[in-house]
Design a protein around this ligand. Structure first.
Ligand code: PRX
Length: 653
C-alpha cells in the first residue's frame, strides 16, 4: 500500500490512558449528542464550569441565527483559567515563556493571579476601563500579552488583539471599528536575534483617526528608543507595581462578549468576530482535553501568535482553563537554526506540540534530520492547524518528529468556530494522513449542496455545521446583518439556514472528511487568512491602476501565495510596478499580504455582465490549460493575451 493511503491506528499505549480510548467511545458520545443535544452540553457545562450563578436554559434558539447558550448564567473566565487552580496548582507553571534570545521566565498560577489582578486594577483605576469597553492589544509574544487579555476578561472589558504584523492603517481601521478606548502595546520585541519596534506603528495609527483612543499603555520589552506622547502614553512598569493584587472578578453573563477578533471575509473590510463567555471557555477546555488529551504534568506548546484565534483559544484560554503549562515563544522556530523548536521540546519536555503546516514544511525543508539530534521522547500528540497539510509534510511530522509514536491531529476550525470542530482524537481515531477525519463529539458537520442536500461520497461540497455549538461566533461587531448574510445566507437545510464555513470538503467511503480549501475569495498564505477584496482595495489606491484582480496560487511552502493582475491606466508605464504595489500593500495591510507575482495585463476576463472570471485567472496563474468555455466572455481574445503576459513575466523573473 502506498504510504499516503496508509491508516495510522492510535498508539495502544497512549490509547489505554487517553480520555477517549476508542472509536466505540467516540460513537457513543456522538450518539449521546444526537439523541439529546442539550442534555449532552448540559452535562459538560455543569461538570466543567465554575458558575457564579446558574444558567436557566442550555440553548436558546428563539432568535436564530443569534443563538444563545447557557442563558442568564454568571461566570468569569479568569476564575476558570486562574482562581480555581490556586488550591492545588498555585506553584505549577502556568506560562512558560521563552524569549527569542533564549531568556526563560516561568510564571506560576499564583504569580499569574497576581499579574492579572494587578493589570485589571491598572485598567480600572488608571484608565477608567469598564465592563463592555473595548481595548485593543497590539503586542508581541510576551507574557504581558496574556496578562492583558486576562485582565480585560477579569473586569469584563472586550479585548481585540490585532496581529503585530498588521500595518498602521490596518490597526487604525480595527481600532475605529471597535471604538477602542485604550491601546496596549510594547516598545517592541526581539526577532531572529534583533530588536524590532511596534510602538511607532501605534503612533502612526493614532495620527489619523482612532479618535476613540484616550491612552496608550506601553510594556517595555526591548527598551529601544521610541517617540513618546506626553499625557497619552504610559509606561506599564512605572504603574503596575503599586496596584493591588486583588481585583474582584466581574460577574459576567454567559452571553456577554469576551473578545473581538478581526478576520477576513470574501468581501469588504475585515469582520470583528464576536465571541461570548461561557460557551467559548467550555469548548476551549473540552477540546484541550479531548484533542490534546491534556493531563497533569504535561507541558503544552502551541507556536501560533496571540494575534490569531489559535493563540487565543490554544495558547491562552484553553490551556489555562485546562490547568496545564502553556509555552509562549517570542521567536521563530528556525532561529538561530532549524533545530530551535526541537531543542525547546527537549529542554522543556514538551508533551503536545501544535503548529501550522507552513512551519512544518519550512522545518522539514531546512532540517529534515534536525529532530533526530534531540530527545523528543516526551512528545505524545502533534497537532496542525490553519491550512491543508500535504502528505509528505504529514508523514515527516509523524515519522521523524513524532518518532512514529505520536498521533498527528489535523484540526479543522476557524476564527468563527472558536475551537476545534473536525479533528482526530489521538487515542481513538485511526488516522489517514492529511485528513481532518471526523467531527468532534457534539459537532454536527455535514457536507452539503446549496439546497441543503448531501453530496455524494467522494464529491466536494460545502462544509456546513448544521446545529449551533457553544463556542460559535455570536455576531459581527456592529453589523448583525452582515453576520447573518456571511454565515447563514448560503445553505438552507430543511427550511432552516445553516452555518456555512466558506470551506469545501469531501467525505470518503469510510466517512473520513478531507478539507479541500476555501470556496470563496479568501486566500490562505502560510495559514494567514486574507481576503482578495481587501488586497484589491489596497492596490486600487494607486491612481495609475485601472483594474486589479487578486487570486491565490499554490505554493510549496506557504500553501498559497498571492498573484495579482493589474491593468494600468491607458499610457501609463511603471517599470517598478511590483515593488510599488507591494509597498502599497505593506502600508495598507501589512507584509503578510505582499504578492509573489504581479503581472501587468491589458484587461481582465469578464462576462458580458462585467463579472470578473476569477476561475480563469486562477488557472492561468497556476499555468493550467483553460478547459472552460470562454466564448461567453465579453472579449475571448483577452485570455491568450493574459497568458502571454504571464509567460513573459515568469521568464523575466
Ligand atoms: O480554510 C480553512 C483553513 O483556515 C480557515 C480558517 O482560518 P482562520 O479563521 O484564520 O483560523 C485559522 C486557525 C483555526 C478555514 O476556513 N483551515 C483551518 N484549519 C484547517 C484549514 N484547512 C485545512 N485543514 C485544516 N486543518
Amino acid at each position: 500500500m502506498h504510504e499516503h493511503n496508509k491508516i495510522y491506528p492510535p498508539n495502544p499505549e497512549f490509547a489505554a490512558q487517553a480520555r477517549i480510548k476508542s472509536m466505540d467511545e467516540y460513537h457513543a458520545l456522538m450518539n449521546e449528542a444526537k439523541e439529546d443535544y442539550e442534555g449532552f452540553w448540559k452535562k459538560y457545562a455543569d461538570e466543567k464550569i465554575d458558575w457564579l450563578a446558574p444558567y436557566d436554559k442550555v440553548l436558546d434558539e428563539s432568535d436564530a441565527p443569534f443563538y444563545k447558550w447557557f442563558t442568564n448564567g454568571k461566570l468569569n473566565v479568569t476564575i476558570q483559567c486562574i482562581d480555581r487552580h490556586l488550591k492545588e496548582k498555585a506553584d505549577q507553571t502556568a506560562i512558560l515563556f521563552e524569549g527569542d534570545r533564549g531568556d526563560i521566565e516561568k510564571i506560576s498560577y499564583q504569580e499569574l493571579s497576581v499579574k492579572v489582578n494587578k493589570f485589571a486594577n491598572l485598567l480600572k483605576e488608571k484608565f477608567g476601563v469598564k465592563k463592555g469597553d473595548r481595548v485593543v492589544l497590539y503586542m508581541p509574544m510576551i507574557p504581558e500579552a496574556a496578562y492583558a487579555m486576562l485582565a480585560c476578561a477579569r473586569i469584563g472589558a472586550i479585548h481585540s488583539v490585532v496581529f503585530g504584523g498588521f500595518s498602521a492603517e490596518a490597526l487604525r481601521d480595527r481600532i475605529d471599528d471597535a471604538g477602542a478606548k485604550l491601546v496596549i502595546t510594547a516598545d517592541g520585541a526581539y526577532r531572529k536575534g534583533k530588536p524590532y519596534l511596534l510602538k511607532p506603528v501605534v503612533d502612526k495609527a493614532l495620527e489619523s483617526g482612532a479618535e476613540s483612543v484616550e491612552a496608550v499603555l506601553v510594556v517595555e520589552r526591548n527598551r529601544e528608543l521610541i517617540d513618546w506622547v506626553e499625557g497619552r502614553d504610559h509606561k506599564y512598569y512605572e504603574l503596575i507595581e503599586v496596584m493591588s493584587p486583588v481585583c474582584e472578578p466581574e460577574m459576567m453573563d454567559s452571553e456577554d462578549p469576551l473578545f473581538l477578533l478581526y478576520t477576513s471575509g470574501s468581501t469588504g473590510k475585515p469582520k470583528g468576530v464576536q465571541h461570548a463567555q461561557a460557551g467559548y471557555i467550555l469548548w476551549a477546555q473540552m477540546t484541550m482535553e479531548w484533542v490534546f488529551d491534556i493531563k497533569e504534568g504535561d507541558v503544552y506548546w502551541c507556536t501560533a501568535d496571540i494575534g490569531w484565534i489559535t493563540g487565543h483559544t490554544y495558547i491562552v484560554y484553553g490551556p489555562l482553563a485546562a490547568g496545564t503549562t502553556t509555552v509562549m515563544f517570542e521567536g521563530v522556530p528556525t532561529y538561530p537554526d532549524a533545530g530551535r523548536a526541537w531543542k525547546m521540546v527537549e529542554e522543556h519536555k514538551i508533551s503536545q506540540f501544535y503548529t501550522a503546516p507552513t512551519a512544518i514544511r519550512v522545518l522539514h525543508t531546512m532540517g529534515p534530520d534536525e529532530p533526530k539530534k534531540y530527545d523528543l521522547s516526551t512528545l505524545k500528540v502533534l497537532g496542525t492547524v490553519g491550512e491543508p497539510i500535504d502528505p509528505p509534510a504529514w508523514i515527516w511530522y509523524h515519522d521523524v518528529v513524532g518518532g512514529g509514536r505520536c498521533a498527528v491531529v489535523d484540526t479543522w476550525w476557524q476564527t468563527e468556530t472558536g475551537g476545534h470542530m473536525i479533528s482526530p482524537l489521538p487515542g481513538a481515531t485511526p488516522i489517514k494522513p492529511s485528513c481532518a477525519t471526523f467531527p468532534l463529539p457534539g459537532i454536527m458537520a455535514e457536507i452539503l449542496q446549496r439546497d441543503g442536500s448531501p453530496v455524494e461520497t467522494g464529491e466536494t461540497g460545502l462544509l456546513c455545521i448544521t446545529k449551533p455549538w457553544p463556542s460559535m461566533i455570536r455576531t459581527i461587531w456592529g453589523d448583525p446583518e452582515r453576520f447573518k448574510k456571511s454565515y447563514f445566507g448560503d445553505v438552507v437545510k430543511d427550511g432552516k439556514p445553516v452555518y456555512f464555513s466558506g470551506d469545501g470538503a469531501m467525505m470518503d467511503e469510510d466517512g473520513y472528511i478531507t478539507i479541500t480549501g476555501r470556496v470563496d475569495d479568501v486566500i490562505n498564505v502560510s495559514g494567514h487568512r486574507l481576503g482578495t477584496a481587501e488586497i484589491e482595495a489596497a492596490v486600487a489606491e494607486d491612481e495609475h491602476i485601472a483594474e486589479v484582480a487578486v487570486v491565490g496560487k499554490p505554493h510549496p511552502i506557504k500553501g498559497e501565495s498571492i498573484f495579482i493582475y493589474v491593468v494600468p491606466k491607458e499610457g501609463h508605464v511603471n517599470p517598478d510596478i511590483k515593488k510599488h504595489i507591494n509597498t502599497l500593500i505593506a502600508q495598507e495591510i501589512g507584509n503578510i499580504a505582499k504578492a509573489d507575482d504581479i503581472v501587468e495585463v491589458p484587461g481582465l476576463p469578464k462576462t458580458r455582465s462585467g463579472k470578473i472570471m476569477r476561475r480563469i485567472l486562477r488557472a492561468i496563474a497556476k499555468g493550467e490549460e483553460i478547459k472552460q468555455d470562454i466564448s461567453t466572455l465579453e472579449d475571448p481574445s483577452i485570455v491568450g493575451k493574459i497568458q502571454e503576459a504571464v509567460r513573459q513575466a515568469t521568464q523575466n523573473d
